[in-house]
Design a protein around this ligand. Structure first.
Ligand SMILES: Cc1cc2nc3c(=O)[nH]c(=O)nc-3n(C[C@H](O)[C@H](O)[C@H](O)COP(=O)(O)OP(=O)(O)OC[C@H]3O[C@@H](n4cnc5c(N)ncnc54)[C@H](O)[C@@H]3O)c2cc1C
Length: 259
């Protein structure tokens, strides 16, 4: 991690920027001062600015970018909102940074089937905001949910305070449209919970950006609970608080969240 020991590949970055502009227009960042913004994620102890950053808006643009990278043997790193705490969006090895922040459309909402299809740059709590009025919500709630992207949540298999009862991201992702590192577009999973064959959706969720780029994500929605009660208790010691947590779960009570 940190400054890479691998020498820069002999890439002509100016030429690559031109080729990328042919795909995405002016959505290519190349000035050193602008690229500083992308030199790290939430793990700020490690920094390396990318040589270029590109901002696709569609699956077709992502596929064209990855085909170009594949032809020219250029490494790439995907970045959602850059809130990750493990350096996953750090563009080591002079990688092209592919930022999904402009892929922010909610493509399809199906309240009957309790499904929503989103682009990867959609922010986690936008999903709940989009369906809350109809009595639904999206359960995985990392503490960063007002800024982190669904694509990043998928890659990190993120969890949050409600995961004790409702499960982590992998329990709520039903299908994915993916662009693989050679530019091929594939679909795994779908709108139904159990698809026949290998669980390739499950393989991708938590793979930290190593298997390709998710460009469309089908999520499960839950019905908003009819009532919510919040209890606050204080304890004389951490051990007493821990014992209370154990006693609650031993009694078969699964709270929506417990901290
Ligand atoms: C204040 C704070 C609180 C946090 N709380 C939690 C928490 O409660 N629970 C938790 O799990 N995490 C938490 N995190 C960590 C972080 O927010 C999550 O891991 C989040 O899912 C990262 O999303 P992101 O959009 O910022 O992803 P990024 O940091 O941009 O990327 C993370 C990884 O995902 C990959 N990636 C991004 N988009 C795609 C895509 N479309 N396809 C394939 N790979 C992709 C990147 O290459 C990278 O490896 C917290 C972080 C902060 C700063």
């Amino acid at each position: 991690m940190g400054q890479t020991a691998v020498p820069a590949p002999a890439t002509d970055w100016k030429k690559l920027a031109q080729a990328l502009r042919a795909i995405v227009g002016d959505r290519v960042v190349w000035r050193a001062e602008d690229l500083r913004v992308y030199e790290c994620d939430g793990l700020t102890g490690y920094r390396q600015p990318p040589p270029l950053a590109v901002f696709p808006r569609t699956t077709a643009e992502v596929a064209a970018i990855l085909k170009l990278c594949h032809q020219q043997q250029i490494p790439f790193v995907t970045r959602g909102s850059g809130t990750g705490l493990s350096g996953g969006a750090l563009p080591l090895d002079h990688a092209l940074l592919i930022v999904t922040a402009l892929m922010k459309q909610i493509l399809h909402i199906d309240l009957g089937q309790q499904r929503v299809v989103v682009q990867p740059g959609v922010i986690n709590n936008w999903v709940t905001q989009a369906v809350a009025g109809a009595g639904f919500y999206y359960a995985p709630d990392p503490s960063s949910q007002s800024i982190c992207s669904i694509g990043g949540n998928v890659a990190e298999n993120s969890g949050g305070v409600h995961c004790l009862k409702y499960g982590v991201t992998t329990n709520h992702v039903l299908g994915l449209k993916l662009v693989l590192s050679d530019g091929e577009t594939v679909e795994v999973g779908g709108m139904v919970a159990e698809m026949p064959g290998y669980d390739l959706t499950g393989v991708f969720v938590g793979s930290e950006g190593t298997l390709g780029i998710a460009t469309e994500i089908t999520l499960r929605l839950l019905k908003t609970p009819e009532a919510v009660r919040v209890l606050l208790a204080d304890f004389a010691s951490v051990a007493a608080a821990g014992a209370a947590v154990a006693a609650i779960t031993e009694a078969g009570i699964v709270p929506a969240g417990m901290e």
